[in-house]
Design a protein around this ligand. Structure first.
Ligand SMILES: Cc1cc2nc3c(=O)[nH]c(=O)nc-3n(C[C@H](O)[C@H](O)[C@H](O)COP(=O)(O)OP(=O)(O)OC[C@H]3O[C@@H](n4cnc5c(N)ncnc54)[C@H](O)[C@@H]3O)c2cc1C
Length: 557
């Protein structure tokens, strides 16, 4: 496999030579550094690379060039390489054009000329972008292989779990055996019995797991499923932004911290194709990037991250004991609940039966490649649905958003509405809801009701992504903490009734702001009653909660 390409373009030969030299010095061992002296020549080169099936990791382009400008070049080049990172080289005077290009051509970064010394002004930026690129590209090496069927919910769950945990894998769709030589070869090497019970997960060491559970998969994929200690100062359940922030702050302040996550660190945010409103990332970042960075940060401070599901909590004196799905227990002084929310189910005939087989809750980015040149339907009118529509529009022929209300203004951010309106293959149908899903073993059509005309239309559809509101993940807590009528956990002043502390409260102070009715059990993020459902607020709550944990520990330990 040839090394991925770094392509740099500048019409000034001296600048081009300098940047090429700097790129080679740092990246030549892992990447091929190619150059072009004009936007037009670079476009020819990009087409040639595509024909040869070569991969481009990064474009580093001068903005001000005669003929084809940097932004014009990128707008065309990304049609061929949508995953390549894009950096614009600009003069100080062109900064405004570069900022405008963040939206226009999806620029990841702009660098001011001159960039010397590269160790300070060039390499740190490129290192980070190339690291992101490497973690998001489809794997091109020998690793875990998943053989299954596109329409099988079990196959979808395996792919989704591996992708969200950043475990690289290769997907082999058994249905494509007629056209895909690699699939044919793999199938030919397997026993017939193995191919009858898909999905099959093949590990590089030769181990094969047939229809594995998520716990089995986690264990064999190298994720940590068992705690190394039986006792921790702080146990966090849920690894979304709120749980991750608490983990980073807790461990960095010396608490022995464990974080239990049943799916993948990042939570809902990890499923976001582009978070554009998180402070400090002017070009936005994918939820997967955010999660990956946070996990590295948490690990650096010594947080133990378990791939496991918490199923129960009990109190044992001042200890809080967490029971996990495999029956193991771990105890702690302070417990922080950060279990977030999950999608509300769409209640219509056929939907449950076809979930995982063309119908998915959330953006299910692992399915994007399969929707190439198809029509994709997205149900929902909030930011998450808007982001998903933008994401799928890069792959699908047409994305249809089905919105129950008559406008997007009340539920979606303005920047996203502008992006949707400017994307020609996105179509929004207002006053519309799905009333039935049709298909034998996978989704083939949906019936859509229009509340204005009262008509129901049946349309062909292979993919339906549902994002319609959220329900809190709190059933596992039994009756131990107080919740509102919808299941969101109450905290702090809301627990005080007529000036009285909650029943059974044992401390000589009121519950702290993010504390539940049980001393030492805290709650943060989307699962908390009254929380603002945003990444930044979850991160804020997770960080702030640690000061209440310290306050609690100072009295009980
Ligand atoms: C597609 C999408 C796009 C979004 N885009 C944006 C955006 O652009 N900007 C923005 O500010 N916000 C955005 N949001 C909202 C934002 O992601 C959420 O507000 C945020 O993730 C909430 O964080 P959290 O940590 O409270 O919970 P979550 O992110 O919901 O994480 C909770 C975690 O707990 C785990 N869990 C649940 N129960 C258990 C259990 N029993 N045992 C172990 N683990 C458990 C779950 O698997 C999950 O990983 C988006 C949401 C979605 C879905």
């Amino acid at each position: 496999m040839p090394r991925p390409v770094l392509l740099t373009v500048d019409d000034d030969p001296e600048v081009l030579r300098a940047i090429e030299r700097d790129l080679r010095r740092k990246y030549a061992s892992n990447f091929r550094v190619l150059r072009a002296e004009s936007g037009a020549a670079a476009l020819d080169l990009v087409r040639e690379l595509k024909v040869r099936n070569n991969v481009v990791a990064l474009f580093l382009i001068d903005q001000r060039m005669p003929g084809v400008s940097g932004v014009e070049f990128l707008a065309q080049a990304i049609q061929h390489y949508p995953d390549a990172k894009r950096v614009l080289l600009t003069a100080y005077a062109d900064t405004d054009a570069a900022i405008a290009a963040i939206n226009e051509a999806g620029i990841n970064h702009y660098l001011l000329k001159p960039w010397h010394p590269p160790e300070e002004n060039l390499y740190p930026v490129l290192d980070e972008l190339l690291e992101d690129w490497e973690s998001s590209i489809p794997p091109q090496f020998e690793g875990i292989r998943v053989l299954g069927n596109r329409w099988s919910p079990a196959s979808h769950n395996i792919k989704d779990f591996l992708a969200r945990n950043h475990v690289p894998y290769q997907w082999l769709d058994v249905e494509t055996g007629a056209t895909d030589k690699e699939v044919r070869e793999v199938v030919a090497l397997l026993d017939e019995a193995e191919t009858r019970h898909l999905p099959l997960v093949i590990f590089p060491d030769g181990l094969r797991l047939q229809q594995p559970t998520i716990a089995e998969l986690a264990e064999h994929a190298g994720l940590k499923t068992r705690a190394t200690q039986t006792f921790y100062d702080l146990a966090i359940v849920g690894g979304g932004p709120a749980g991750l922030a608490a983990a980073v702050y807790g461990a960095s302040e010396g608490l022995r911290t464990v974080m239990v996550e049943r799916e993948a660190p990042g939570g809902q945010a990890g499923m976001s194709s582009r978070i554009e409103n998180y402070l400090g990332f002017p070009s936005g970042l994918t939820g997967a990037d955010l999660a990956r960075r946070a996990v590295v940060q948490a690990r650096r401070f010594g947080v133990e991250i378990l791939s496991a599901e918490a199923t129960e909590v009990r109190l044992d004196g001042s200890y809080r004991v967490l029971k996990l799905a495999d029956g193991a227990e771990l105890s702690c002084h302070a417990l922080l609940v950060a279990t977030g929310v999950q999608w509300r189910k769409l209640d219509a005939p056929g939907v449950e039966r076809l979930t995982g087989a063309g119908i998915y809750y959330g953006a299910a980015m692992t399915e994007a490649m399969s929707t190439r040149d198809e029509d994709v339907y997205v149900v929902g009118g909030a930011n998450s649905a808007g982001q998903a529509a933008m994401y799928f529009s890069k792959y699908a022929r047409r994305v249809v958003m089905l919105v129950r209300g008559s406008s997007l203004g009340a539920s979606m951010s303005k920047y996203l509405i502008d992006q949707l309106q400017a994307t020609p293959n996105i179509h929004i149908e207002f006053n519309s809801s799905v009333v039935e899903a049709h298909g034998d073993n996978h989704l083939e059509a949906i019936s859509v009701h229009c509340s204005v005309t009262n008509e129901v239309n049946k349309v062909t559809a292979n993919s339906l992504f549902i994002m319609i509101g959220a329900a809190p993940n709190t059933d596992w807590l039994g009756k131990i903490v107080e919740r509102d009528e919808r299941g969101f956990i109450l905290s702090g002043p809301l627990l005080m009734r007529d000036g009285k502390r909650p029943k059974g409260w044992t401390l000589d102070r009121d519950p702290a702001l993010l504390e539940t009715n049980v001393p030492g059990i805290f709650v943060v993020g989307d699962v908390r009653h009254g929380s603002v459902k945003r990444v930044a607020s979850g991160v804020g709550e997770g960080s702030v909660a640690i000061s209440f944990v310290h306050q609690y520990l100072s009295k009980v330990v």
